[in-house]
Design a protein around this ligand. Structure first.
Ligand SMILES: C[S@@+](CC[C@H](N)C(=O)[O-])C[C@H]1O[C@@H](n2cnc3c(N)ncnc32)[C@H](O)[C@@H]1O
Length: 422
């Protein structure tokens, strides 16, 4: 059906002009129609075209004689190249579908470009393989930042960022032991593996509504690396805990599933806070919620110190790019410094709220050191009473986990507040 290519191209063009995929995907699926058998193909085409966009664009640059091709047509050709080179339909079918999807006056042009691409495929692939940026399909500044941070490990991290993400669940241990849920999955014929703690990885992703016990709050979808926060925060029963950047509520819910806590989930965005509340309700958890800015505690804090603060900072999202491939298109080099400045404001504003002897855990889903290691080091330098805690976790090196087949890219750093005179 030409609809898949047409809707995918409209979505890619919207992202190219600055729209976020999270907003675009529901619209795209709605355009296709409820229950359409083409939904999986549409999602794959959109995600794949965005994921491989830098590479496809390099090829397109060689195929087009007029580089200023209109954005909508350019997006259609990117979709065409993705479906030709990464899809599973025969090449002639793809060309026909894309020609059908093209506006009447551009059908001949689309046909010519795609047929030319097929004829010159080998040369185009060689051209795209010539630089790390076009081979791995990331902006050059991104490849440079990751390479200078991780050297020989950079290639594996960037490659993992192009793979289909693992589909990992978190069992609500307030409701059921992990072993019982694994048995339930087995009985339902759903292949799964226990990763550790409450994390269970399914062999194949599935709609959440089809997950056994999802509606009844027995299980949630959450990446394994995100689940490490519950160990690393090291909270104890009854403690007063703040989750300062809480929505959509995954990490706060995990804490509340494990322990009885006096837990406050703070979130600046009212719509996202609403989602977190829905999550807590579905899971049957008692979590207080508050809409507020973590960087301005005087607007929401009751002056009682917290024993633990979890702060899952806004960041570039470079560690979860395989789940949000639009990030590759939307982020600009200067954005990382912008996130780092925002993080610094939040961290500095929250530190006075921590009780002496208490622990603050900083988290990002980024792999850029400016938002991670450097941010943590600068924080410790600014606060003489912040003692960094060595985090003992097999997957963390200096607090950093790079994306792998089992988990996303995350960074963790913890600080204990040294009591005065301590
Ligand atoms: C990485 S997400 C948190 C994910 C969440 N911890 C979870 O596990 O589900 C960061 C959240 O921080 C929120 N945020 C950003 N700036 C904030 C601020 N100044 N105060 C409070 N929340 C903020 C964002 O709206 C976003 O929902």
């Amino acid at each position: 059906m030409p609809e898949v290519s047409r809707i995918a191209a409209a979505t890619v063009a919207a992202v190219a002009s600055g729209a976020s995929l999270n907003e675009q995907i529901p619209q795209a699926l709605a355009t296709l129609g409820v229950g359409s058998r083409q939904r999986a193909a549409l999602q794959d085409t959109i995600y794949g075209t965005l994921r491989w966009g830098v590479r496809l664009d390099a090829m397109l640059g060689r195929l087009l004689t007029q580089p200023d091709t209109a954005p909508a047509l350019r997006a259609l050709l990117q979709v065409g190249l993705y479906r030709l080179f990464y899809g599973n339909l025969p090449a002639h079918t793809v060309v026909n579908l894309l020609v059908e999807a093209a506006p009447p006056s551009r059908k001949g042009f689309v046909n010519a470009v795609l047929r030319n691409a097929l004829r010159r495929r080998e040369a185009l692939e060689a051209l795209a393989d010539a630089t790390a940026s076009t081979r791995l399909s990331y902006p050059l500044w991104w490849v440079d930042a990751v390479t200078s941070a991780y050297g020989a490990d950079a290639e594996a991290a960037l490659t993992a960022g192009n793979q289909h993400p693992p589909f990992t669940l978190r069992v609500n241990v307030r409701r059921m032991p992990v072993s019982d849920y694994l048995t339930w999955l087995e009985d339902a014929g759903i292949a799964a593996r226990h990763l550790g703690g409450e994390a269970v990885r399914l062999k194949k992703p599935m709609p959440v509504d089809d997950l056994p016990g999802f509606a009844d709050g027995l299980v949630s979808v959450q990446d394994w690396a995100a689940q490490w926060s519950a160990d690393l925060l090291d909270a104890r029963p009854g403690q007063r805990v703040l989750d300062a950047c809480a929505a959509p509520g995954g990490k706060a819910a995990h804490l509340a599933e494990r322990l009885d806590l006096d837990l406050l989930a703070l979130e600046v965005d009212p719509a996202r806070l609403h989602r977190a509340r829905d999550t807590f309700t579905r899971l049957g958890l008692d979590v207080r919620t508050r809409c507020g800015d973590a960087a301005a505690p005087d607007t929401w804090w009751d002056s009682k110190p917290f024993d633990r603060i979890l702060v899952d900072l806004p960041c570039s999202g470079s560690g979860v790019v395989r789940r949000h491939p639009d990030i590759k298109w939307l982020r600009q080099p200067g954005d990382v410094a912008g996130f780092a400045a925002q993080q610094r404001r939040i961290l500095d504003a929250l530190w006075p709220l921590l009780a002496p002897g208490g622990r603050l855990l900083m988290v990002t889903c980024s792999i850029f050191p400016e938002e991670n290691r450097q941010q943590a080091q600068d924080f410790a330098r600014r606060h003489a009473n912040a003692r960094p805690v060595a985090l003992d976790h097999p997957a963390l090196r200096d607090g950093q986990a790079l994306p792998s087949s089992d988990h996303d890219g995350f960074f963790y750093a913890a600080f204990v507040k040294v009591p005065a005179g301590g």
